[in-house]
Ligand binder design. Structure first.
Ligand SMILES: NC(=O)c1ccc[n+]([C@@H]2O[C@H](COP(=O)([O-])OP(=O)(O)OC[C@H]3O[C@@H](n4cnc5c(N)ncnc54)[C@H](O)[C@@H]3O)[C@@H](O)[C@H]2O)c1
Length: 266
């Protein structure tokens, strides 16, 4: 594979599983030195080991993204051990599909916001100075279609809409530091985050124009594009990677329903 990230150091949060793990593997194949971080230590160590076994460069660092102290410690450690950081992927996230505006406890609300929204804020604030001092680089925030169209899960959706605000304001602020900031917004992705919700997964796949969920690798390849020189003139941008769901999923479902009628009257 093209060594598009040769000489780069990349930190991926939530990289023990799913999309973060796929991004860590792909970045390493593209020549980056990858810091795999997560709260799931054993799985993260195993991901880093698998990358090394495949000939790549990777280390695991424990990082709870909601902790200001842990961010400081991880970034200080990267500075001490590698001297440089060029790429930050704010990928870690937790779902709360059952939460509505009227039934969500304050505890649940704060928990989801602390990981999905405060986490990326702390990440950008802590990592950006080192990325600047390393000659610039790129940050990608992992949002969701839940932050592109209206969504039923109040706390989760709020975090993903909020990420779009951080993406644009940080992109504006950091452009003079040589740091590009963008966001990907996945639709359905077949990872542990959704695997227990079989009815939801089926219904979402049925209402996605491409009629399936993405593999983690299909998101990772877009994230790779956003952190390498191929996207050198893109910043502050939101990219939905969702099989057409947010752009025309509603009308696609309407059309299929109408066309299924024996005497359709369109
Ligand atoms: N799977 C989907 O359908 C889907 C769709 C849209 C957006 N997303 C978003 O994609 C991102 C990645 O999710 P995934 O699908 O790969 O799920 P996943 O559950 O496979 O991976 C999430 C990872 O985040 C880690 N994590 C949880 N809390 C953490 C914390 N406080 N600090 C650090 N790490 C933590 C978990 O241990 C796990 O390894 C999330 O932000 C999620 O909201 C997922």
């Amino acid at each position: 594979m093209d060594q598009k990230l040769a000489g780069k150091t990349a930190l991926v949060t939530g990289a023990s599983s799913g999309q973060g793990a796929a991004e860590a593997r792909l970045f390493a194949e593209a020549g980056a030195h990858v810091i795999v971080s997560d709260v799931a230590d054993d799985a993260g160590e195993a991901q880093a080991q698998a990358i090394r076994d495949a000939g790549g460069a990777a280390q695991f660092r424990h990082l709870d993204v909601s902790s200001e102290a842990e961010w400081a410690s991880v970034i200080d450690g990267i500075k001490a051990d590698f001297g440089e950081l060029h790429i930050l992927i704010n990928n870690a996230g937790i779902p709360l599909r059952g939460s509505t505006a009227t039934n969500t406890s304050l505890e649940d609300w704060n928990r989801v916001l602390s990981v999905n929204l405060t986490g990326p804020f702390l990440g950008i604030r802590t990592a950006a100075p080192l990325i600047r001092d390393s000659g610039g680089g790129a940050i990608v925030n992992t949002g969701s279609v839940a932050g592109v169209v209206g969504h039923f899960a109040t706390a989760y959706s709020t975090t993903k809409w909020g990420l779009r605000g951080i993406t644009k304001s940080a992109a504006m602020e950091l452009v003079d530091w040589g740091i590009r900031v963008n966001a990907v917004h996945p639709g359905l992705v077949m990872t542990p985050l959704v695997e227990s919700s079989t009815d939801f997964v089926q219904a979402l796949a049925d209402n996605t124009p491409m009629a399936r969920g993405a593999s983690p690798e299909e998101i990772a390849s877009v994230v790779l594009f956003l952190v390498c020189e191929d996207s050198s003139y893109i910043t502050g941008h939101d990219i939905a990677v969702d099989g057409g769901f947010s752009d025309f999923g509603g009308y696609d479902s309407v059309l299929k329903q109408v066309m299924a009628q024996p005497d359709q009257n369109i």
